[in-house]
Design a protein around this ligand. Structure first.
Ligand SMILES: [Zn+2]
Length: 184
């Protein structure tokens, strides 16, 4: 591609240049960084980039690869933070509902997990106390004790437990007088 003059500033020349460090919104990542091997028509004066259909396709392919690398890296970091210090890998697998050995595979191979799995692992790694909270949330029984993350006060714990009761009663009304206090 021959350099052409820039329609944006009128002074610079537009030619394919490395987009290394340029950030694009891609899927759930608002600021995914492009790598050095992506080249897009860019003005050498004002920095404007010009994206036609063909270039858009190249950007998409490039960002798909960068996205997969980012998801793998974030997931591996989360797994390594959580296991084995906070929870055993097998225990965590059971808790988030994936098959045995899956988290080990994610930790050691460049496998891209689904975005919801990556999200859960990232959230848990950010606050490992929530591992225990999740364990209790999955209980069918004893919902009053379900939420055991450290509440700041007895009042807060009580309110949480009551809210939990109300929501549960809305989803599964008991026959003959729900505990939901008027909620149906
Ligand atoms: Zn320009």
């Amino acid at each position: 591609m021959k350099p052409t003059s820039c329609p944006a500033c009128g002074a610079g020349k537009v030619a394919p240049r490395s987009a290394d460090g340029v950030r694009f919104g891609y899927k759930n990542v608002p600021d995914l960084r492009a790598g050095p091997d992506l080249r897009v028509p860019t003005c050498d004066r004002c920095g404007e980039i010009f994206v036609g259909e063909e270039v858009a396709k190249q950007i998409d392919q490039h960002m798909e690869r960068r996205y997969a690398e980012l998801v793998v890296a974030k997931t591996q970091l989360a797994i390594n933070r959580l296991t084995p210090t906070e929870v055993s890998r097998r225990d965590l697998e059971r808790l988030v509902g994936v098959s045995a050995g899956y988290l080990s595979k994610l930790a050691h191979e460049a496998r891209e997990p689904s975005s919801p799995i990556a999200s859960v692992l990232m959230l848990l790694a950010e606050d490992p106390a929530r591992v225990e909270e999740l364990r209790h949330l999955w209980h069918d029984k004893d919902r009053r004790q379900a939420v055991t993350s450290p509440a700041k006060s007895f009042g807060e714990a009580e309110r949480r437990a009551e809210r939990w009761e109300r929501e549960f009663a809305t989803c599964f009304p008991k026959s003959g007088g729900a505990a939901g206090g008027g909620l149906q």
